[in-house]
Design a protein around this ligand. Structure first.
Ligand code: F6P
Length: 405
């Protein structure tokens, strides 16, 4: 039978916690927006629905556990049949979301899914810190609830090692893309067939999609009252009531994660927001710590002007490029802020709402990612404490709003 080239199978490949499901959902959502019928066939979801017993324990994934292998093969087969049927009917794009890391499994997929072209997408991310944070996000799932956090973490890591032992990265095959899923960067692209929708799929793969980002500055601190910079001061009474107002404002929105810095002032702002959510976790990221002002840490701007006039003057002359002695400048923060944004987006998966509680300089740098500003103007972006920025940056929509809460 001739191949129907108007429809497409997409097969995800990659170890657990590499962002496969996030990418699969992103592709599906964007295709649907373009009126292209797409559906995801996720082996993990099907396993949880079909298997009565608990399948979260790591030995279930041991390639030497015959029963586990055969059960997982069965699940994979059911999904392949369903995907085939979907494309045989009204569906246009079927996305098979599973690890598919072994040659054996991929050969099976290739031999069964022959009626339409097939594109493999391999998700790669070996950043240890992000993986750990990502696993910590996964182990809050109900299937891990009978274990302590540490046990669940170890069990998930063991599951990854089992998959790793049978992992063969994509090197051959008719059509495949190897994607750095943290940086949305295509590492290798090898296409032998003309694939339907490939131009847009490729574009979806390489662009960030920020549905709603709420960028908040921490509430008022004791240091703010004295115009002191840096340090690790706590919130004043006003700061605390700002945090509660934020919590009330966002109560009706579902905020699954709040990213903060490691500093007290951002954590104290995030906690009341979290407390008014049904299910929300705070993830502190060192990347979002405020600019390190080196020898000037904890001084007020007036003290700097009086005691270190060169520092004060040089910074005034070129604020973006000025680096505090023993500390940072906006220019040297760039790399870690970019990394923090990547981390936050990765860890948020497909969340409809992302929240970051940051600092003045940090929020300016984050904003600069979404808003055109000349570099020299970035250190002057207005970052109030009684308002927040709401940002939308998706393929087809851009919004930028400063809102009072
Ligand atoms: O709230 C004060 C603060 O966050 C300091 O900790 C930091 O050094 C400063 O703002 C950054 O703003 P600017 O670059 O304008 O000094």
């Amino acid at each position: 039978m001739a191949m129907n080239t108007k429809k497409l199978f997409i097969v995800m490949v990659g170890l657990p916690a590499r962002g496969k499901s996030t990418i699969a959902i992103k592709l599906k959502e964007n295709l649907l927006k373009d009126d292209i019928k797409a559906r995801i066939f996720n082996n993990g979801d099907l396993r949880r629905r079909l298997m009565r017993g608990n399948t979260s324990y790591s030995e279930f994934y041991n390639p030497k556990n015959r029963e586990g292998v055969s059960l997982r093969d069965k699940i994979a087969l059911i999904n392949m049949e369903r995907a085939k049927k979907y494309l045989g009917g009204k569906g246009t794009v079927a996305i098979l979301d599973a690890t598919n890391v072994s040659m054996r499994r991929r050969e099976k997929v290739t031999s069964l899914l022959k009626d339409h072209p097939l594109l493999f997408i391999e998700c790669i991310n070996n950043d240890e810190a992000i993986l750990e944070a990502s696993i910590r996000r996964k182990i809050i799932l109900p299937e891990f609830q009978h274990l302590t956090k540490e046990m669940a973490l170890r069990s998930f890591e063991q599951r990854i090692r089992y998959y790793d032992s049978i992992y063969s990265p994509l090197e051959k095959g008719r059509n495949y893309v190897r994607l750095d899923s943290l940086n949305n960067k295509i590492l290798k692209e090898s296409l032998h067939d003309t694939l339907p929708f490939y131009d847009r799929l490729r574009d979806f793969l390489v662009t960030d999609s920020v549905k709603n980002l709420f960028l908040i500055r921490h509430g008022e601190t004791y240091f703010n009252l004295e115009n002191r910079i840096g340090g690790d001061s706590g919130l004043t009474k006003t700061g605390k009531s700002q945090a509660v107002s934020l919590g009330l404002y966002f109560r009706k929105r579902n905020i699954p994660v709040i990213f903060t810095s490691d500093k007290k002032r951002t954590l104290e702002t995030a906690e009341p927001i979290r407390d008014l959510q049904k299910s929300c976790m705070i993830i502190p990221l060192g990347e979002f710590n405020e600019i390190d002002s080196g020898v000037c840490e904890c001084m007020s701007y007036e003290e700097i002007r009086d005691k270190m006039p060169q520092v004060y003057e040089s910074r005034k002359q070129g604020k973006y490029n000025y680096v505090y002695p023993g500390g940072e400048g906006y220019v040297t923060m760039q790399e870690r802020i970019d990394r923090g944004i990547k981390k936050a987006l990765y860890l948020s998966g497909n969340a409809g709402n992302i929240m970051i509680v940051g600092h003045r300089a940090v929020n300016r740098m984050i904003l600069a990612n979404f808003l055109y500003r000349r570099r020299e103007d970035v250190p002057y972006i207005y970052i109030p404490q009684d308002k927040f920025y709401h940002i939308i940056a998706t393929q087809d929509r851009k919004l930028f709003q400063l809102k009072r809460y």
